[in-house]
Design a protein around this ligand. Sequence first.
Ligand code: GLN
Length: 550
Amino acid sequence: MQKKETKYIFVVGGVISGVGKGITSSSIGLILKNRGLNVTAVKIDAYINVDAGTMNPVEHGEVFVLSDGDETDQDMGNYERFMDLNLTRINYMTTGRVYKTVIERERNLEYKGKCVQVVPHVPMEVIERIKKAGQIAKADVVIVEIGGTVGEYENILFLEAARMMKLASPRDVFFVMVSYLPTPGNLGEMKTKPTQHAVRALNASGIQPDILLARGETSLDEKRKEKISIFCNMEAERVLSAPDVDSVYDIPLNFEKEKLSDKLCDLLDVVCKKPDLTAWEKWKKFAKHTHNGESAVKVAMIGKYFETGDFMLSDSYLSVIEAIKYSSYGENRKPIISWLNSTDYEKFPAKLRELRNYDGIIVPGGFGSRGVEGNLKVVEFARRNKIPYFGLCYGMQMMVIEYARNVLGLKDANTREVNPGSKNMVIDVMESQKEILKNNLYGGSMRLGAYKAILGEGTIARASYGVKEITERHRHRYEVNPSFIPDLEKAGLVFSGRSPDGNLMEIAELPKSQHPFFLGTQFHPEFLSRPLNPHPLFTAFIRACIKKKK
Ligand code: GLN
């Protein structure tokens, strides 16, 4: 039998960024998967950073950690969640990562004495990575999202790689452009001109879009569709409307209303199966929850990476927010998530009382000292008032510090990250991190990715997972200081999850008899929660929230 060629769909953006290329790519993956194709996805970010791990979340959004420990862009999380995949570092690249490889190769004489040039050697490295991602996944289709918008200086080499791929195999490489059509308030009319310019910018890179998804406040009408078709040199039926939606989980459904998977199967010239109706019904049912007026569960998220200028962003905690949603929908509840600033509780302690209005509190991951004292006050309030509390990574470390201060009476208990002078360093730097920090080797050097843990009999953790051994994704440098463990345990704190060698404390909790739900994880469970398969600890937390409400 003749071997089928892998197909590649490049997703590029026009006019402005932030119009949902990531969700578009994820949704295309989902609808093609539903047609029986094996899909994978690659994200390209044009920045020089080798990975997203060294960037401030306010600047970049969430750093999404893969099982192999790669610190990536939040879109990787969208791909994993929508397509229900587990991706690896080959699925993610940045300008920095590509150049680093090319330069290392040159130093190793791998170019055999040739002059190594920006073109073609850099695009060739990009192409090699894209193809390898396809081979590893044995993919029928590789979806490649190029971050940013066409016409940006930063993107040129990636578009050049795409053009070279198209030239080499015109029947295997295709382009979807996600463009924005503004409706200026003073005009009240949707304008196509910026999109026409964006298509021209793409044409200037030698690329013609095959499909154009017209993002906008409203649907694209026939008249504007025609205009785009004529001016952008595209068949009208390949110009699709993609209006704003309340829930991103409706997007694959909307795409199918426009028959996108049929159009793609046609364009790619691949044999697609009939849509898998059972899987589709499940997704539909899940997406419906986002609109239902079911009774609410109110969760307070105490964070610090929210503010950017005059705007508030929740992007820094995207996976946490999604994990809360999936578990809430699973329990037929509508989550109402409030983002509260940890530093507020330092300035206005009276605000703590307002926390009684929530069914549960989450302290997510974080770094550095800002907001830590506010977090500790919140943890104490949740513990004393028996409000369900879920601590993620830093949120677990806060739990341990709070317990040491207020139950063990170690008033200056702290983490070395905040106060290296403390006598009671209940959270300390991991042994393996000491050299790394001494030499300022910050990039990609935390304890990263998937590690196993063993759960203690008779604990909330064990009951929630229903198994003894788990694997979860990590991103940290500090740990519970082993020398304080016996005292903390004697005082009632239970370490219900430990590394297989027993040395690292992975989950801390209070017994149910003491508190309805007071649990923290050294890992980030949010990275493994999936729409149709919510994470068991988030579900246990949401159930505790629902109970408290009653
Ligand atoms: N800053 C803490 C550490 O490095 C927690 C990290 C996190 O929350 N991801 O251990």
